[in-house]
Write a protein that binds this ligand. Structure first.
Ligand SMILES: Nc1nc2c(c(=O)[nH]1)N[C@H]1C(S)=C(S)[C@@H](COP(=O)(O)O)O[C@H]1N2
Ligand SMILES: [Mo]
Length: 394
């Protein structure tokens, strides 16, 4: 069932694919306009440069619970806009009593909160869907995920200040980038239910208007000067280069809410129209080391990876299990980072490899006792791949 090219070490496969796609396999993102990273800092594998789409090599990803910016995936649908911080204004309008227009200094006068949350692209692990049947889009491996400490004002506090009308039900976000799609050029947009936007719990408010990432101003690629961070939701709802917030009684009509981020079998216009936008990320886990294709010596092998709880309030990871014998027996991994809702958890496990060890498998169990599914249904846009992660080894 597994394609034979899997026998190649994953980095080589990735590199070859990039070469055949006419792109470069391992390149510094720092060459990219607007990035604040020095040439030797970034270690991302670049899927495309314009727009910028890149993910870290998997062993790098699990070196620390908080992902350094230089190892944090970048997913952009359009250009990385250059924004002048002095003239920048964020507006809040729609179904509110008092629309707001805020400079960065004014935004900074709202109470500042720090929130550690994992950001995951809905397309993370899309390449695994593509092995079943090819899916268009960035062929993400398991690295379109990262955990960062975000700082900024709570969206709920701006909403309270503006005075939300009773009939309001959704909050729309719009960025300053321009995306080309279907012969049109428009800004990237997101949308979340008002109920989520108003959550005010300390560890995980519904949405943060983040101006810092790991205690430094956002870099251009990650949304400078301000972006939303919506813990537990797909990355697409965490809108970068945020310039406009609209309160409404319905989800945003923006292409990325109305048409793109939906689970569909074929993707016909009717099917897309009938399906609801995706909001939450599902329970997931992946092995980040050893890499696919590694020749294991017989004996003890350390397996390391991440597990992501589902984006459900109060639910965290309870257990991670690893198998070296095709799922006949499972070893409980040691959880090596704090347990918290909306944050990934790193883990490590020791398995004993022998000549019969052909692959490693991981699955996660959440605090409700739900087990990550063994397989997932293929979908036309390649979202939310969260089947048990298999890594072929020799
Ligand atoms: N304005 C804007 N915001 C955006 C995007 C975009 O293309 N434009 N991409 C979204 C998607 S699909 C993801 S997964 C996250 C990625 O955030 P990162 O690049 O900081 O990792 O940003 C989201 N916010
Ligand atoms: Mo995404």
């Amino acid at each position: 069932m597994i394609h034979t090219s899997l026998a190649l070490p994953i980095d080589r496969r990735f590199f070859l694919r990039q070469l055949s796609a006419g792109a470069i396999g391992l390149i510094c993102v720092s060459g990219h306009r607007g990035s604040a990273l020095a040439a030797d800092e970034s270690r991302l594998l670049v899927h495309s440069k314009a727009p910028m789409n890149a993910e870290p090599p998997l062993p790098d990803l699990v070196r620390s619970w908080v992902t350094p910016v230089e190892s944090f995936f970048i997913r952009s649908h359009g250009n990385t806009p250059e924004i002048n911080a002095d003239s920048f204004r964020l507006s809040l309008e729609g179904m509110v009593e008092h629309p707001l227009t805020l400079s960065l200094a004014e935004l900074g006068r709202f109470e500042q909160h720090a929130v550690t949350a994992t950001l995951t692209c809905a397309g993370n692990r899309r390449s695994e869907h593509s092995r079943v049947k090819p899916v268009k889009g960035v062929q993400w491996r398991e690295g379109a995920i990262g955990n960062a400490k975000w700082g900024g004002a709570r969206l709920s506090e701006l909403l309270k200040k503006a005075g939300v009308r009773d009939s309001a039900k959704h909050v729309w976000f719009e960025g300053l980038d321009s995306v080309d799609d279907g012969g049109k050029t428009f800004a990237f947009g997101g949308s979340i239910p008002l109920e989520k936007a108003l959550l005010e719990r300390d560890a995980a408010p519904g949405a943060l208007l983040a101006t810092t990432m790991n205690d430094k101003p956002l870099t251009a690629d990650h949304g400078f000067p301000v972006r939303t961070i919506v813990p537990g939701y797909i990355g697409a709802r965490s809108v970068k280069w945020l310039s406009k917030i609209v309160v409404s009684d319905r989800p945003s009509p923006n292409h990325f809410v109305a048409d793109v981020y939906k689970l569909v079998d074929e993707g016909t216009l009717l099917e897309v129209a009938e399906n609801a936008p995706i909001y939450r990320m599902p329970l997931n886990s992946a092995i980040c080391s050893p890499s696919a294709g590694t020749a294991l010596k017989s004996g003890r092998v350390e397996v390391v990876g991440y597990a992501l709880p589902p984006g459900v309030p109060g639910v965290s990871i309870r257990k991670v299990e690893v198998s070296g014998d095709a799922g006949r027996s499972w070893i409980e991994a040691k959880l090596t980072s704090p347990a918290s809702e909306f944050c990934w958890q790193l883990w490590s496990a020791e398995i004993t490899a022998n000549s019969a060890t052909k692959e490693l498998i991981v699955r996660a169990i959440d605090s409700r006792g739900e087990v990550q599914p063994e397989t997932v249904r293929w979908n036309a846009k390649g979202y939310l791949f969260n089947a048990w992660h298999h890594v072929p080894v020799n």
